[in-house]
Design a protein around this ligand. Structure first.
Ligand code: ADP
Ligand code: MG
Length: 247
């Protein structure tokens, strides 16, 4: 298996006005090509910090990060631009990365068609449901052809029913496009249902408490159908007990 991302002893201290805030301490893990890995931990423990460092948006204090592939980044807010059509929102990702060529535009159109958004291309974000908006945000990210996608609480703004459907939808698209995913969430069910491994973090400063391999031993696993498996609740209980939710 090829490692596409590896962290070794990564630490992060923020210099704040009233002193130092230690967010991450000695974080080491790897992600193999094609794998879906979730990171779960209590609110404020350092999860977004970790993704920002991997994305290169924030400097680390110590440690090493090996990143073999191009990454994309998806956040809690879909951050679609309300005044731009769906088509122009998808193109925006290419524009800001100075990647808009005839080829990249054609690839984006292909994605819009493949994932049922082309007929909505002239609509505006406020004319779409939360689930559809999230799909547009995903297509915008995929248009830059990332190999690894970082998702930071990407579904948490959606209501429960929508969240389950959107998670399923996005899982299938990512598998179909051979994307490797690193998913940050505080939702245990979401982590289990999407991942090959779940990394549990402690409260701040985040350290790795445990790593769980998730295997439902089923063909055509999807986030929806693995929720039916008896193993699902076993994984849930184990991780629930480990998570320091009262911290
Ligand atoms: P999580 O995503 O797990 O909720 P964060 O990574 O956002 O946690 O934050 C971890 C800790 O680092 C928090 O205590 C937060 O207040 C602090 N923090 C985050 N960003 C900054 C910053 N830019 N400057 C100072 N402290 C920060
Ligand atoms: Mg966060």
């Amino acid at each position: 298996m090829k490692k596409v991302l590896e962290l070794k002893n990564v630490s992060k201290k923020y210099q704040a006005k009233n002193g130092e805030i230690e967010a991450l301490k000695d974080i080491s893990f790897f992600v193999n090509e094609g794998e879906f890995v979730s990171i779960i931990g209590p609110s404020g423990c350092g999860k977004s910090t970790l993704l920002s460092i991997i994305a290169g948006l924030e400097p680390k204090t110590e440690g090493e990060i090996k990143l073999e592939e191009k990454i994309g980044y998806m956040l809690q807010r879909d951050s679609l631009l309300e005044w731009r059509s769906i088509y122009n929102n998808v193109m925006f990702g290419l524009e800001i990365g100075h990647k808009k060529t005839k080829e990249s535009e054609e690839y984006a159109i292909e994605l819009l068609k493949k994932y049922g958004l082309y007929e909505f291309k002239d609509k505006y974000p406020n004319q779409l449901s939360g689930g559809m908006r999230q799909r547009v945000a995903l297509i915008r990210t995929l248009a830059i052809k990332p190999k690894i996608l970082l998702l930071d609480e990407a579904f948490s703004a959606l209501d429960y029913q929508t969240r389950i459907m959107v998670t399923n939808d996005i899982f299938k698209i990512l598998k179909n496009e051979n994307i490797t995913a690193l998913i940050v969430t505080h939702d245990i069910s979401e982590a289990i249902s999407m991942s090959d491994r779940v990394i549990v973090l402690t409260k701040r400063p985040a350290t790795i408490k445990n790593v769980h391999t998730i295997n439902f031993e089923m063909e055509n696993r999807t986030p929806l159908n693995c929720r039916e498996s008896p193993k699902f609740s076993k994984y849930f209980d184990t991780i629930w007990k480990e998570l320091d939710v009262h911290a």
